[in-house]
Ligand binder design. Structure first.
Ligand code: SAM
Ligand code: SF4
Ligand code: SF4
Length: 300
Protein backbone atom coordinates (compact mmCIF):
# COMPACT_ATOMS: atom_id res chain seq x y z
CA UNK A 1 0.00 0.00 0.00
CA UNK A 2 1.25 3.46 -0.89
CA UNK A 3 2.11 5.76 2.03
CA UNK A 4 -0.36 8.40 0.74
CA UNK A 5 -3.17 5.79 0.73
CA UNK A 6 -2.27 4.77 4.26
CA UNK A 7 -2.47 8.41 5.40
CA UNK A 8 -5.91 8.79 3.76
CA UNK A 9 -7.26 5.67 5.51
CA UNK A 10 -5.75 6.65 8.85
CA UNK A 11 -7.31 10.12 8.67
CA UNK A 12 -10.68 8.62 7.69
CA UNK A 13 -10.47 6.17 10.60
CA UNK A 14 -9.60 8.82 13.17
CA UNK A 15 -12.44 11.12 12.01
CA UNK A 16 -14.95 8.25 11.95
CA UNK A 17 -14.05 7.04 15.43
CA UNK A 18 -13.87 10.45 17.11
CA UNK A 19 -16.92 12.04 15.49
CA UNK A 20 -18.90 8.74 15.14
CA UNK A 21 -19.37 9.46 11.45
CA UNK A 22 -21.29 7.13 9.16
CA UNK A 23 -19.58 7.93 5.86
CA UNK A 24 -18.54 5.04 3.58
CA UNK A 25 -14.97 4.10 2.65
CA UNK A 26 -15.54 0.63 1.12
CA UNK A 27 -17.86 0.21 -1.85
CA UNK A 28 -18.91 -2.67 -4.07
CA UNK A 29 -20.28 -2.46 -7.58
CA UNK A 30 -22.33 -5.48 -8.69
CA UNK A 31 -21.48 -5.51 -12.38
CA UNK A 32 -23.77 -8.45 -13.20
CA UNK A 33 -25.64 -11.17 -11.35
CA UNK A 34 -25.16 -13.56 -14.27
CA UNK A 35 -23.13 -16.60 -13.31
CA UNK A 36 -21.88 -19.78 -14.94
CA UNK A 37 -22.23 -21.65 -11.63
CA UNK A 38 -25.11 -22.41 -9.27
CA UNK A 39 -23.36 -22.98 -5.95
CA UNK A 40 -25.38 -24.70 -3.24
CA UNK A 41 -24.95 -21.90 -0.71
CA UNK A 42 -25.59 -18.91 -3.03
CA UNK A 43 -28.85 -16.95 -3.27
CA UNK A 44 -27.69 -14.10 -5.51
CA UNK A 45 -26.87 -15.69 -8.88
CA UNK A 46 -28.90 -15.35 -12.08
CA UNK A 47 -31.86 -13.50 -10.53
CA UNK A 48 -31.93 -11.11 -13.50
CA UNK A 49 -28.83 -12.43 -15.37
CA UNK A 50 -28.38 -8.92 -16.77
CA UNK A 51 -24.90 -7.67 -17.68
CA UNK A 52 -25.07 -4.00 -16.73
CA UNK A 53 -23.79 -1.69 -19.49
CA UNK A 54 -20.42 0.00 -19.32
CA UNK A 55 -21.84 3.56 -19.05
CA UNK A 56 -23.97 2.52 -16.06
CA UNK A 57 -21.07 0.82 -14.26
CA UNK A 58 -18.84 3.84 -14.90
CA UNK A 59 -21.44 6.22 -13.43
CA UNK A 60 -21.93 3.89 -10.42
CA UNK A 61 -18.16 3.94 -9.83
CA UNK A 62 -18.22 7.74 -9.99
CA UNK A 63 -21.16 7.86 -7.59
CA UNK A 64 -19.28 5.75 -5.03
CA UNK A 65 -16.14 7.84 -5.49
CA UNK A 66 -18.15 11.03 -4.88
CA UNK A 67 -19.57 9.49 -1.70
CA UNK A 68 -15.99 9.13 -0.42
CA UNK A 69 -15.41 5.44 -1.20
CA UNK A 70 -11.72 4.67 -1.82
CA UNK A 71 -11.68 0.86 -1.50
CA UNK A 72 -13.60 -0.54 -4.45
CA UNK A 73 -14.76 -4.11 -5.04
CA UNK A 74 -16.18 -5.47 -8.25
CA UNK A 75 -18.54 -8.34 -7.48
CA UNK A 76 -21.27 -10.46 -9.10
CA UNK A 77 -22.57 -12.92 -10.22
CA UNK A 78 -19.41 -13.90 -11.97
CA UNK A 79 -17.31 -10.80 -12.57
CA UNK A 80 -15.24 -12.34 -15.39
CA UNK A 81 -18.44 -12.81 -17.44
CA UNK A 82 -18.84 -9.04 -17.62
CA UNK A 83 -18.12 -7.33 -20.94
CA UNK A 84 -19.80 -4.34 -22.53
CA UNK A 85 -19.03 -1.97 -25.41
CA UNK A 86 -15.71 -3.68 -26.09
CA UNK A 87 -14.66 -3.29 -22.43
CA UNK A 88 -13.69 -6.08 -20.07
CA UNK A 89 -13.31 -6.43 -16.31
CA UNK A 90 -9.64 -5.55 -16.71
CA UNK A 91 -10.62 -2.18 -18.25
CA UNK A 92 -12.92 -1.49 -15.29
CA UNK A 93 -10.11 -2.17 -12.83
CA UNK A 94 -7.70 0.10 -14.71
CA UNK A 95 -10.31 2.86 -14.96
CA UNK A 96 -11.13 2.58 -11.25
CA UNK A 97 -7.46 3.16 -10.48
CA UNK A 98 -7.36 6.16 -12.84
CA UNK A 99 -10.48 7.54 -11.18
CA UNK A 100 -8.62 7.65 -7.88
CA UNK A 101 -9.72 4.56 -5.95
CA UNK A 102 -6.80 3.60 -3.72
CA UNK A 103 -7.52 -0.13 -3.50
CA UNK A 104 -9.37 -2.02 -6.24
CA UNK A 105 -10.35 -5.66 -5.65
CA UNK A 106 -12.29 -8.22 -7.67
CA UNK A 107 -14.29 -11.23 -6.45
CA UNK A 108 -14.42 -14.25 -8.77
CA UNK A 109 -15.17 -17.95 -8.88
CA UNK A 110 -11.85 -18.52 -10.68
CA UNK A 111 -13.25 -20.56 -13.56
CA UNK A 112 -12.04 -18.09 -16.22
CA UNK A 113 -8.39 -17.32 -17.09
CA UNK A 114 -6.95 -14.79 -14.64
CA UNK A 115 -5.16 -11.83 -16.18
CA UNK A 116 -5.75 -8.92 -13.80
CA UNK A 117 -2.35 -7.65 -12.64
CA UNK A 118 -3.77 -4.16 -11.96
CA UNK A 119 -6.09 -5.43 -9.19
CA UNK A 120 -4.77 -5.11 -5.65
CA UNK A 121 -6.45 -8.36 -4.67
CA UNK A 122 -8.41 -10.98 -6.56
CA UNK A 123 -10.65 -12.69 -4.02
CA UNK A 124 -11.05 -16.14 -5.52
CA UNK A 125 -13.63 -18.43 -3.98
CA UNK A 126 -12.26 -21.77 -2.88
CA UNK A 127 -14.63 -23.73 -0.67
CA UNK A 128 -12.59 -26.67 0.54
CA UNK A 129 -10.50 -29.53 -0.77
CA UNK A 130 -11.39 -30.85 -4.24
CA UNK A 131 -14.22 -33.06 -2.94
CA UNK A 132 -16.06 -30.49 -0.80
CA UNK A 133 -15.39 -27.56 -3.14
CA UNK A 134 -16.86 -29.54 -6.06
CA UNK A 135 -19.80 -30.68 -3.94
CA UNK A 136 -20.69 -27.02 -3.39
CA UNK A 137 -19.53 -25.46 -6.67
CA UNK A 138 -19.79 -28.23 -9.27
CA UNK A 139 -16.79 -29.83 -10.94
CA UNK A 140 -14.57 -26.72 -11.01
CA UNK A 141 -11.64 -27.34 -8.65
CA UNK A 142 -9.11 -28.52 -11.23
CA UNK A 143 -9.98 -25.73 -13.69
CA UNK A 144 -9.54 -23.15 -10.92
CA UNK A 145 -6.16 -24.55 -9.87
CA UNK A 146 -5.01 -24.54 -13.50
CA UNK A 147 -6.16 -20.90 -13.90
CA UNK A 148 -4.31 -19.92 -10.73
CA UNK A 149 -1.08 -21.52 -11.90
CA UNK A 150 -1.32 -19.56 -15.18
CA UNK A 151 -2.35 -16.24 -13.55
CA UNK A 152 -0.29 -13.24 -14.59
CA UNK A 153 0.27 -11.86 -11.06
CA UNK A 154 0.53 -13.07 -7.47
CA UNK A 155 -2.43 -10.99 -6.26
CA UNK A 156 -4.84 -13.86 -5.51
CA UNK A 157 -6.46 -14.32 -2.10
CA UNK A 158 -8.68 -17.35 -1.52
CA UNK A 159 -12.16 -16.56 -0.27
CA UNK A 160 -13.88 -19.37 1.63
CA UNK A 161 -17.50 -19.31 2.78
CA UNK A 162 -17.62 -21.85 5.61
CA UNK A 163 -20.85 -23.82 5.93
CA UNK A 164 -22.18 -27.20 7.10
CA UNK A 165 -20.75 -28.94 4.02
CA UNK A 166 -17.13 -27.72 4.18
CA UNK A 167 -16.60 -26.79 7.85
CA UNK A 168 -13.94 -29.49 8.30
CA UNK A 169 -11.84 -28.22 5.38
CA UNK A 170 -10.60 -24.92 6.82
CA UNK A 171 -7.13 -26.33 7.42
CA UNK A 172 -6.94 -27.70 3.85
CA UNK A 173 -7.69 -24.26 2.39
CA UNK A 174 -5.12 -22.59 4.69
CA UNK A 175 -2.45 -25.05 3.56
CA UNK A 176 -3.40 -24.68 -0.10
CA UNK A 177 -3.11 -20.88 0.28
CA UNK A 178 0.30 -21.28 1.84
CA UNK A 179 1.60 -23.67 -0.82
CA UNK A 180 0.11 -22.37 -4.06
CA UNK A 181 2.00 -20.07 -6.40
CA UNK A 182 0.30 -16.72 -7.06
CA UNK A 183 -1.81 -17.02 -3.88
CA UNK A 184 -1.05 -14.47 -1.21
CA UNK A 185 -3.54 -15.37 1.51
CA UNK A 186 -6.96 -16.71 2.45
CA UNK A 187 -9.92 -14.80 3.83
CA UNK A 188 -12.92 -16.47 5.48
CA UNK A 189 -16.62 -15.85 5.95
CA UNK A 190 -19.23 -17.89 7.75
CA UNK A 191 -22.33 -18.79 5.80
CA UNK A 192 -24.95 -16.07 6.06
CA UNK A 193 -28.27 -17.92 6.15
CA UNK A 194 -30.57 -16.46 3.52
CA UNK A 195 -34.05 -17.99 3.81
CA UNK A 196 -33.36 -20.55 1.03
CA UNK A 197 -30.03 -21.76 2.50
CA UNK A 198 -30.80 -21.72 6.22
CA UNK A 199 -29.83 -25.37 6.62
CA UNK A 200 -26.18 -24.57 5.76
CA UNK A 201 -25.70 -22.23 8.75
CA UNK A 202 -23.15 -23.20 11.40
CA UNK A 203 -23.96 -23.46 15.09
CA UNK A 204 -22.05 -21.35 17.59
CA UNK A 205 -20.00 -24.42 18.55
CA UNK A 206 -19.11 -25.14 14.92
CA UNK A 207 -18.05 -21.52 14.39
CA UNK A 208 -15.90 -21.70 17.52
CA UNK A 209 -14.20 -24.87 16.23
CA UNK A 210 -13.51 -23.21 12.84
CA UNK A 211 -12.03 -20.14 14.54
CA UNK A 212 -9.85 -22.41 16.69
CA UNK A 213 -8.48 -24.06 13.55
CA UNK A 214 -7.95 -20.70 11.79
CA UNK A 215 -6.13 -19.39 14.89
CA UNK A 216 -3.88 -22.47 15.00
CA UNK A 217 -3.11 -22.12 11.30
CA UNK A 218 -2.24 -18.43 11.78
CA UNK A 219 0.14 -19.41 14.56
CA UNK A 220 1.72 -22.01 12.26
CA UNK A 221 2.38 -19.33 9.63
CA UNK A 222 -0.56 -19.72 7.26
CA UNK A 223 -1.35 -16.45 5.48
CA UNK A 224 -4.80 -15.56 6.84
CA UNK A 225 -6.24 -12.19 5.84
CA UNK A 226 -8.58 -11.87 8.83
CA UNK A 227 -8.37 -10.51 12.34
CA UNK A 228 -8.15 -12.96 15.23
CA UNK A 229 -9.49 -10.32 17.64
CA UNK A 230 -12.81 -10.39 15.76
CA UNK A 231 -13.35 -14.15 16.17
CA UNK A 232 -15.21 -14.04 19.50
CA UNK A 233 -17.69 -11.50 18.09
CA UNK A 234 -18.19 -13.63 14.96
CA UNK A 235 -18.79 -16.78 16.99
CA UNK A 236 -21.43 -15.05 19.13
CA UNK A 237 -22.80 -12.77 16.39
CA UNK A 238 -22.22 -9.97 18.85
CA UNK A 239 -20.65 -7.44 16.49
CA UNK A 240 -22.62 -4.33 15.51
CA UNK A 241 -24.48 -4.48 12.19
CA UNK A 242 -24.85 -3.16 9.56
CA UNK A 243 -21.52 -1.64 8.55
CA UNK A 244 -22.10 2.05 7.78
CA UNK A 245 -18.65 2.40 6.23
CA UNK A 246 -19.59 -0.12 3.50
CA UNK A 247 -21.98 0.39 0.59
CA UNK A 248 -23.10 -1.70 -2.36
CA UNK A 249 -24.52 -0.45 -5.62
CA UNK A 250 -26.47 -2.72 -7.96
CA UNK A 251 -28.39 -1.43 -10.96
CA UNK A 252 -28.44 2.10 -9.53
CA UNK A 253 -29.65 1.08 -6.06
CA UNK A 254 -27.32 1.94 -3.19
CA UNK A 255 -27.55 -0.24 -0.06
CA UNK A 256 -25.73 0.27 3.20
CA UNK A 257 -23.43 -2.70 3.98
CA UNK A 258 -24.83 -5.35 1.61
CA UNK A 259 -27.70 -6.20 -0.73
CA UNK A 260 -28.75 -8.56 2.07
CA UNK A 261 -29.80 -5.59 4.23
CA UNK A 262 -33.27 -6.04 2.73
CA UNK A 263 -33.62 -9.61 4.04
CA UNK A 264 -35.53 -9.36 7.34
CA UNK A 265 -33.57 -10.61 10.36
CA UNK A 266 -30.43 -11.56 8.39
CA UNK A 267 -28.06 -9.02 9.93
CA UNK A 268 -28.40 -10.69 13.36
CA UNK A 269 -27.06 -13.88 11.77
CA UNK A 270 -24.46 -12.21 9.53
CA UNK A 271 -21.39 -14.32 8.81
CA UNK A 272 -19.32 -11.81 6.87
CA UNK A 273 -15.98 -11.31 8.59
CA UNK A 274 -15.46 -7.88 6.99
CA UNK A 275 -18.60 -6.59 8.73
CA UNK A 276 -17.31 -7.62 12.15
CA UNK A 277 -13.81 -6.33 11.38
CA UNK A 278 -14.90 -2.95 10.02
CA UNK A 279 -17.65 -2.21 12.54
CA UNK A 280 -15.37 -3.05 15.46
CA UNK A 281 -12.55 -1.02 13.90
CA UNK A 282 -14.72 2.06 13.46
CA UNK A 283 -16.10 1.74 17.00
CA UNK A 284 -12.49 2.24 18.08
CA UNK A 285 -11.69 -1.31 19.28
CA UNK A 286 -7.98 -0.94 20.04
CA UNK A 287 -6.99 -4.59 19.48
CA UNK A 288 -8.74 -4.59 16.11
CA UNK A 289 -7.04 -1.33 15.10
CA UNK A 290 -3.55 -2.71 15.73
CA UNK A 291 -4.26 -6.10 14.16
CA UNK A 292 -5.81 -4.47 11.10
CA UNK A 293 -2.77 -2.24 10.60
CA UNK A 294 -0.47 -5.26 10.78
CA UNK A 295 -2.61 -7.45 8.52
CA UNK A 296 -3.43 -4.91 5.81
CA UNK A 297 0.16 -3.72 5.50
CA UNK A 298 1.23 -7.35 5.09
CA UNK A 299 -1.18 -8.41 2.34
CA UNK A 300 -2.04 -5.26 0.33
C1 SAM B 1 -21.75 -13.99 -4.50
S1 SAM B 1 -20.13 -14.47 -4.92
C2 SAM B 1 -19.78 -13.45 -6.35
C3 SAM B 1 -18.41 -13.59 -6.90
C4 SAM B 1 -18.05 -14.91 -7.55
N1 SAM B 1 -19.10 -15.45 -8.33
C5 SAM B 1 -17.60 -15.91 -6.51
O1 SAM B 1 -18.19 -16.96 -6.34
O2 SAM B 1 -16.59 -15.58 -5.86
C6 SAM B 1 -19.11 -13.65 -3.67
C7 SAM B 1 -18.75 -14.50 -2.48
O3 SAM B 1 -19.89 -14.63 -1.66
C8 SAM B 1 -19.88 -15.93 -1.12
N2 SAM B 1 -21.24 -16.26 -0.69
C9 SAM B 1 -22.31 -16.53 -1.44
N3 SAM B 1 -23.38 -16.74 -0.67
C10 SAM B 1 -22.98 -16.62 0.61
C11 SAM B 1 -23.62 -16.72 1.86
N4 SAM B 1 -24.91 -16.98 1.95
N5 SAM B 1 -22.88 -16.52 2.97
C12 SAM B 1 -21.56 -16.24 2.89
N6 SAM B 1 -20.90 -16.12 1.74
C13 SAM B 1 -21.60 -16.30 0.61
C14 SAM B 1 -19.36 -16.78 -2.23
O4 SAM B 1 -18.88 -18.03 -1.76
C15 SAM B 1 -18.26 -15.89 -2.78
O5 SAM B 1 -17.07 -16.11 -2.10
S1 SF4 C 1 -19.96 -18.59 -8.46
FE1 SF4 C 1 -20.38 -16.91 -7.05
S2 SF4 C 1 -22.23 -15.89 -7.82
FE2 SF4 C 1 -22.00 -17.83 -8.92
S3 SF4 C 1 -23.34 -19.20 -7.83
FE3 SF4 C 1 -21.28 -19.44 -6.96
S4 SF4 C 1 -21.15 -17.99 -5.24
FE4 SF4 C 1 -22.95 -17.45 -6.47
S1 SF4 D 1 -24.67 -6.98 8.32
FE1 SF4 D 1 -26.58 -7.36 7.22
S2 SF4 D 1 -26.40 -6.17 5.35
FE2 SF4 D 1 -24.34 -6.33 6.21
S3 SF4 D 1 -23.44 -8.12 5.16
FE3 SF4 D 1 -24.34 -8.83 7.10
S4 SF4 D 1 -26.39 -9.52 6.58
FE4 SF4 D 1 -25.68 -8.24 4.88
Amino acid sequence: MKFSSFVHFAAFGVKTIIFRKKLPILGTVIITDRCNLHCKHCSVNNITAVIHPYAQIKSEMQKLYDMGVRILFFCGGETFMWHSDGKTLRDLVAEAKEMGFLIVNVVTNGTFPIDLPEADLILLSLDGDREKHNEIRGDTYDTIMENISRATADNICFYMAINKINKDKVKDVCLTAKNTKNVRAVSFNFHTPYPDTKELALTKEEKAECCKVIGEMMKAGAPVFNLKSAFKYLINNSFPTPCHQCVVIENGKVSTCGRCIDVPGLCEKCGYFFVAEYTLLFRGNVKIIFEMLKTYLKYI
